[in-house]
Design a protein around this ligand. Structure first.
Ligand code: SAH
Ligand code: AVI
Length: 374
């Protein structure tokens, strides 16, 4: 029998209204479930979080945050990896970005999923379990989860995300909403998590991997190929990969999506320096950096940078460095590649997939692509 993680979640009636409806205020202090706590035999599921299994995955070979900060800020030009945006505050700031009128990708993809979730859920034939890379707040995923539950009654959902807070919050919200959903969540990097999922193969039926939001666009071409190959290695022929991509479009629509007048994206970008201060004893003065956005037409990507407003030197204690900046010098913090449909077809062909179907939103801004393992 599968063992579940013991925890000390309050189970009193104050948490319930009906079957799994939670009275939010009464349950606001649900503690984290931890694999390190004592495991016990599975009792009948009585609370929504009895259906939650968490796996923390640490890739052995991966550099630490401090090592990546040291190598990135001593390189020329300076870089920081976008995966470090997503601490708890960063994950919340990204959610705020998705509500901005200028940030169209979330609404465009949601429009597609509203219209076609049923068709996507039916595309692989038999029952499926769903693995989602970079699951975040899981809001759009609900549309697919509902369609899959309507078809097959139950679902094993396997979110993968480097942000523990995003996984914890979204998993709990999904489990409260859907009593027939079970979640095995992997907290960690895509590659290491996919490796573990392949070994543990948690779900029954056919595998459907989801990679929504055009998060694939945050990977450079080599990393992109390597990740899609890893996804392909998880799948048997006939199994699916739903890939959301943001399409190439005019700069007049792209730039405001990444440089909004409210300054939410600027805060998301600057939070990377704030995180270095919080976690690594950095001494960045956030007011001494400005958020910069440009469209690199040749590479087909929006770039985010942090630009030093003056010449300065910043100590970062736990990275063991002092970083000097000239006035106007930048740190490249994110690329967000934009695609055309030929690139999606080429990526599928190069990685052992057949591109079965593409759906677009009414504005032609975003494409959801169903790739099937050849
Ligand atoms: N899929 C959601 C969230 C996109 S934000 C949506 O479409 O709205 C990107 C998500 O990917 C974040 O939750 C972030 O924590 C996660 N992420 C970024 N880099 C990652 C990595 N290397 N490994 C695992 N998760 C990562
Ligand atoms: C998560 N990812 C797809 C977002 C994007 O559009 O590249 C991250 C983001 N960066 C700034 N705004 C949103």
């Amino acid at each position: 029998m599968r063992s579940r993680v013991a925890n000390s979640v309050p189970t009193g009636p104050a948490c319930y209204h009906g079957r799994f409806q939670v009275a939010a205020a009464a349950c606001a202090t649900v503690p984290a479930v931890s694999e390190t706590q004592l495991s016990i035999e599975t009792p009948p599921a009585v609370t929504p979080w009895d259906r939650l299994f968490l796996r923390r995955v640490r890739g052995r070979e991966l550099p630490s945050f401090a090592e990546d900060v040291r190598s990135g800020l001593t390189a020329q030009p300076k870089i920081l990896y976008p995966k470090y945006f997503y601490d708890e505050l960063g994950s919340r700031l990204f959610e705020a970005i998705t509500a901005l009128p200028e940030y169209y990708p979330t609404r465009a993809e949601a429009e597609i999923l509203h219209a076609h979730a049923g068709e996507i859920a039916a595309a692989l034939g038999g029952p499926v379990w769903a693995v989602e890379l970079g699951s975040g707040d899981g809001q759009k995923t609900k549309l697919l989860i509902e369609a899959l539950l309507a078809r097959q009654g139950t679902l094993e959902y396997v979110p993968v995300d480097i942000s523990e807070s995003a996984v914890q919050t979204s998993s709990r919200s999904l489990l409260f909403s859907y009593p027939d959903l079970r979640i095995t969540a992997y907290i960690g990097d895509y590659h290491a998590s996919l490796r573990r999922i392949r070994e543990e193969r948690v779900g029954p039926g056919r595998t459907l991997v989801l990679f929504l939001g055009s998060t694939i666009g945050n990977l450079d071409p080599e990393e992109r190929l390597s990740l899609v190959r890893d996804v392909r290695n998880l799948l048997n022929p006939g199994e699916g990969f739903l890939l959301g991509v943001d399409l190439k479009k005019s700069e007049s629509m792209l730039i405001p999506a990444y440089d909004d007048p409210l300054g939410v994206t600027a805060a998301f970008n600057l939070n990377l320096l704030a995180r270095i201060n919080r976690e690594l004893g950095g001494e960045f003065d956030l007011a001494a950096f400005r958020h910069r956005v440009l469209y690199n037409r040749e590479a087909g990507r929006v770039e985010m940078h942090l630009e030093s407003r003056r010449a300065q030197t910043v100590p970062i204690r736990d990275a063991g460095i002092e970083v000097s900046f000239e006035e106007g010098e930048t740190i490249h913090t994110e690329s967000s590649y934009k695609f055309d449909l030929d690139q999606v077809a080429a990526l599928a062909a190069e990685t052992g997939f057949e591109l079965r179907k593409t759906w677009m939103d009414s504005g032609g801004r975003f494409a959801s692509n169903l790739l099937v393992a050849a």
